[in-house]
Write a protein that binds this ligand. Structure first.
Ligand SMILES: [Zn+2]
Length: 105
């Protein structure tokens, strides 16, 4: 599976502003958009990589629109931290099997 990484991403900056964190990542489909962190810093942080890869899997499971739709309604109902896609991604942060077969491009 190819996963694209884009640094200095505007969409990630928007997410960072909302989450008030220094480094931020946001996933759309099979692309991880980074803000305020480098590709290398991100890749060195295995728990973070696994978290974002879980979101890539969620997109693949529900489809691009299907996932965004579900995520949006979870966000409205439960906010960021408690929405089930974030809960699931946090639980997967130590699941290094997510890295199997992943090629970062
Ligand atoms: Zn997340």
């Amino acid at each position: 599976m190819k996963v694209r990484i884009k640094e200095n991403a505007f969409v990630a900056r928007l997410a960072a502003g909302k989450l008030k964190s220094s480094g931020a990542a946001i996933v759309f489909g099979s692309t991880i958009y980074l803000h305020n962190t480098t590709r290398q810093e991100f890749l060195n942080n295995t728990t973070w990589v696994c978290h974002e890869l879980k979101h890539v899997h969620q997109y693949r499971h529900y489809g691009f629109v299907g996932f965004l739709f579900r995520y949006f309604f979870q966000w409205i109902q439960k906010g960021y931290y408690n929405n089930r896609f974030e809960v699931e991604a946090r639980k997967s942060e130590s699941d290094v099997s997510l890295l199997n077969g992943v090629e970062f491009i």
